[in-house]
Design a protein around this ligand. Structure first.
Ligand SMILES: Nc1ncnc2c1ncn2[C@@H]1O[C@H](COP(=O)(O)OP(=O)(O)O)[C@@H](O)[C@H]1O
Ligand SMILES: [Mg+2]
Length: 443
């Protein structure tokens, strides 16, 4: 029940506020209109019709009594002067069938309907009612014993248009009120929408524009201020982490370089070979930590053609005589940090090269995202390890990895960067036998 109602509710705040505003107004209007038409206006029309039918009945009775020309003339002139009824009597004529009552509008239908009810009650003879909508006249033909009585009367004798005018006023005033309310409402909603946009941008790694200031109602201002504070804190933390890691790595590099030189000058012996390998490993690790620390590196997102980046990475791999295929569908330009994103692609594709043999890369644009898929035909990653490999320094099966020489930071770095673009990186089993990596970036 609850669920089914939710489906019909508008999704936006503006839509919901509008509904909250419009529903009571509409309800009041419907009730007022109903009560007014049913109670007041309906009853008034009934009474007017009753009076007119009564007058017609009296005229008919008078004519029936004496069909003498003089008498009819007299009655006709009274009716015209005092009752606003234009009457004529045609002896020996029968009520024609086709003189039916055509009703072209609701108004003429209501008039004809109420009048015929009153006629049924007061004049028990066959009759026809014609409503002339354009001329605002009503014509009643009544079958008397020896002829046909025609009575024409102006519509205003049966129908008061003040009812329409009342409703018109009511509707137009509510319309004006509603427009004013909508204007105010939009001004209230704008700051919320701006906050939402800025928060979403921040999720994709873009800072709030300097023009963004807390504004609007107090609660909205509070939320905006809280968001700005949070953004500042996150930025500070990232800065500290980066500074620390790169500081440590940098400081380690200097003694390491010295060690490398010292070892190079030592005599050749098997132990020294091992030492050299260790030093080379340490150097590579430190480079990886520095990469990780630099991560975001303060790079600003710009409009980028991702296809060019992809081609560059793929060309680099191809030079190592690896079988790699690429397939691109649609326009791949979007807003991102090109250097960081090149690192993502290079980490993923280099993994495919290290752990697999052949590589298949495909990229396409869907309705709301850009999707890059990298397949390989290596051993893949067991299902229960697919989450772990995103943890820094985690490597599946150390012995298998020993030859490939990584430190387990490639995927975490890639995930970090993809997340900072508001995107998603997921691992799957590939049809090609190995691992499938899917990167999705919203556009
Ligand atoms: N294409 C792949 N096929 C098989 N295993 C992979 C693949 N890519 C990554 N892995 C596994 O995930 C682990 C983590 O990857 P990564 O973070 O890039 O670290 P690294 O490559 O430095 O070891 C790797 O050690 C490897 O065990
Ligand atoms: Mg790697």
């Amino acid at each position: 029940m609850n669920f089914s109602i939710k489906k019909f509710l508008p999704r936006t705040l503006f839509g919901r506020s509008f509904l909250i505003l419009v529903t009571p107004i509409l309800l009041i209007q419907i009730i007022t209109t109903f009560v007014f038409f049913d109670r007041h206006w309906g009853r008034m029309t009934d009474r007017l019709a009753f009076a007119v039918a009564g007058e017609i009945a009296v005229i008919a009775a008078r004519i029936e009594k004496d069909t003498d020309i003089e008498n009819i003339k007299e009655i006709t002139s009274y009716a015209g002067q005092n009752l606003q009824l234009l009457t004529s009597y045609e002896p020996d004529i029968l009520l024609a069938e086709e003189e039916g009552d055509r009703k072209s509008s609701l108004k003429s239908f209501v008039i004809a309907d109420t009048l015929s009810k009153a006629m049924d009650e007061q004049v028990r003879r066959p009759y026809r009612i014609n409503v002339d909508e354009r001329e605002k006249w009503i014509e009643v033909s009544l079958q008397l014993d020896e002829g046909l009585l025609r009575v024409s009367l102006p519509q205003r004798r049966l129908f008061s248009s003040s009812g329409y005018i009342f409703l018109l006023w009511m509707f137009s005033i509510s319309l004006v009120l509603l427009s004013v309310a909508v204007l105010f409402m939009r001004n209230q909603i704008r700051p919320i929408r701006r906050l939402a946009v800025v928060a979403e941008r921040f999720g994709r790694g873009m800072d709030a524009p300097s023009s963004f200031k807390p504004e609007g109602a107090r609660e909205v201002r509070q939320a905006s201020q809280a968001f700005l504070d949070m953004q500042e804190r996150i930025r500070r933390q990232i800065g500290q982490r980066t500074a620390m890691l790169s500081g440590v790595s940098h400081d380690l590099r200097t003694p390491l370089t010295r060690m490398k030189l010292q070892v190079a000058m030592l005599e050749n012996c098997p132990d020294i070979e091992a030492l050299k390998t260790d030093i080379a490993d340490m150097e590579r690790m430190i480079d990886a930590y520095l990469d990780f620390a630099r991560g975001e590196g303060g790079e600003q997102p710009v409009h980028t053609d991702l296809q060019a980046i992809l081609e560059r990475v793929v060309a680099g791999i191809k030079r190592q005589a690896v079988n790699i295929e690429m397939e691109v569908e649609g326009d791949l330009s979007l807003h991102l940090r090109p250097v960081a994103f090149e690192r993502v692609l290079s980490n993923i594709i280099n993994n495919a090269r290290k752990y697999g043999e052949d590589i298949w890369v495909s990229a396409r644009r869907t309705d709301d995202a850009l999707e890059i898929t990298v397949d390989d035909n290596g051993p893949g990653i067991p299902d229960d390890k697919m989450e772990d490999v995103f943890r820094p320094f985690y490597r599946v099966d150390e012995s298998r990895n020993a030859a490939t020489g990584g430190v387990g930071l490639g995927l975490p770095i890639a995930q970090d960067i993809v997340h900072s673009h508001g995107g998603e990186i997921t691992l799957h089993k590939s049809d090609r036998g190995g691992l499938r990596v899917i990167i999705q970036i919203p556009v």
